[in-house]
Design a protein around this ligand. Sequence first.
Ligand code: UD1
Ligand code: UDP
Length: 380
Amino acid sequence: MIKIITIIGARPQIIKAAAISRAIKNKYSSEIEELIVHTGQHYDANMSNVFFEELGIPLPDYNLNVGSARHGIQTARMIEGIEELLIKESPDYIILYGDTNSTLAGAVAASKLNIPIVHIEAGLRSYNRKMPEEINRITCDHLSTLLFSPTKTGYENLKKEGFIHIIASHYNPDNPGIFHCGDIMYDNSLYFSDLAESSSSIISENNLVKNKYVLSTVHRDHNTDIKENMESIFNALIKISESIKVVLPLHPRTKNILKTDKHEDLYEKIKSNRNIILLPPVSFLDMISLEKNAALVITDSGGVQKESYFFNNPCIILRPETEWVEIVETGNAVLCGANFNKIIEAFEHFENQKELKFPKIFGDGKASEFILKTLIENNK
Ligand code: UD1
Ligand code: UDP
């Protein structure tokens, strides 16, 4: 039996972990035992608990309850907690997702204990080291033993950084293996798509009409923490709301900052706008339902820009660059940063653009199985 510890902490990691946990339960339960460690990076019920029951993920075996803090403090607390658990549980592998502080903490703790790291979502790069996520993902990749990239670009990025494609019977930290395997988030979107349609009532609850609203999410520090960027983005959404409803499930980071004195007027304008539907963070099935039925998505989220593509919707990306370059190259997404004019121009562009094509570039919905098979093979 292979023992793995999975580290989750932020909302998207809980969702991603569902794909792997499901594959273990359905296909590999006699070969793999999974323990889940929640760092507590996200802790509001609608940023964490809501996903476990809805997505059928086993509840965490441990919760470190680190909560929010500056990067150094938060990451240090996580490292301390994870190290202790790794010593106690002595797993064969640690699975880390994406690029959050929970990912970084897991990578530092496991690498010092010589526990092989499986990095899911390896190789993605924005080539912008001002992003905390870029630091986290580069560090994690270079400490990993098995690196699974969801895209061809991610795989090529790893090669550019010196990783070599080798076929070995056993990989280790000095001899890591890199794989292009498709996207586990695509696995999830396929799996939950019909269920979302049948069980979510978010569209009717909010009196929405299919294809007659824009879905937007904002949470990147570069957008929320710089006053001009926040104003520019939300003023663009207000402008867009003159022609179509805008649905805005607010990330707690964004809400907390909007509520401060420096954004008092802006927040009032948003709250009193009858064409902007402000929601708390929604469940994953509600989110998928909102994504499937939207006319357009406007977001700075990594996950949401991709899901927009999975469900054949155009996307305005509120960032100057993206790790998911393919969705821009195919013409289905436009990079606008926090630039008011660019956002409005992109909105008008997509309003008149009806013939978009969405080639399948995120795998076949079986990335999780590939990852687990590889892991089992590597342990023989
Ligand atoms: C984190 C990740 C980011 C990811 C995002 C997903 C890092 C460096 N950033 O950003 O890559 O895209 O999660 O959503 O790891 N807060 C609450 N309740 C919660 C969680 C957060 O109120 O349950 C508020 C707190 O004020 C906190 C702020 O949100 O200070 C930011 O939370 P944090 O986890 O530090 O970063 P995110 O912006 O969520
Ligand atoms: N999501 C959700 N409810 C919301 C907003 C997002 O379930 O109110 C899901 C979304 O469908 C995607 C993931 O959360 O799967 C993306 O997380 P987030 O935008 O917080 O982080 P990022 O992907 O940018 O790291």
